[in-house]
Design a protein around this ligand. Structure first.
Ligand code: CMP
Length: 139
């Protein structure tokens, strides 16, 4: 089915001017960017966005990193978009990421791993709604 998913290009990647290179890999995988904006989130926004991880030992490190520079938040649309995006991103830890994936190509560590993508339909819906109004998504 045609789905929408949420994708974020993280500060380690925007800093290295990789927004275009990463977006091209998403597009080459058959995903379409139907909304996109560059945001420098506050610490509070990062904590709210990643609230599901608030009990994890790396929560502080994660949210400080996400608020440390610009990110690009995007809505991607396509056939099986959620799974397809996770496939092209590669494993969370770049050491485990397959050849040809975004994280294999660009990620620097498990924290500075260049991209985030929704893991399920419910989280995709929530993460899209966190950053975008329906009228700003143009399919
Ligand atoms: P992401 O898909 O954005 O969702 C949560 C993030 O937490 C994950 O990608 C990683 O970048 C980050 N993360 C997971 N484990 C660790 C860890 N051990 N140390 C730092 N960050 C982590």
């Amino acid at each position: 089915a045609i789905e929408r998913t949420f994708s974020m290009i993280k500060p380690d990647a925007t800093k290295r001017n990789l927004t275009g290179a990463i977006t091209k890999m998403l597009e080459d995988a058959g995903l379409r960017v139907v909304a996109s904006k560059r945001v420098h989130m506050s610490q509070r926004e990062a904590e709210a966005f990643y609230a599901v991880h608030k009990e994890r030992p790396f929560f502080g490190e994660l949210t400080e990193f996400m608020a440390s520079g610009p990110t690009v938040v995007q809505v991607l649309e396509g056939e099986n978009a959620i799974a397809k995006n996770r496939e092209v991103m590669g494993a969370t830890n770049p050491v485990d990421a397959d050849e040809g994936t975004i994280r294999k190509a660009f990620a620097q560590s498990i924290g500075e791993n260049s991209v985030h993508g929704s893991d399920a339909p419910e989280t995709a819906k929530e993460e899209i709604a966190f950053w975008f109004a329906e009228k700003d998504i143009v399919g």
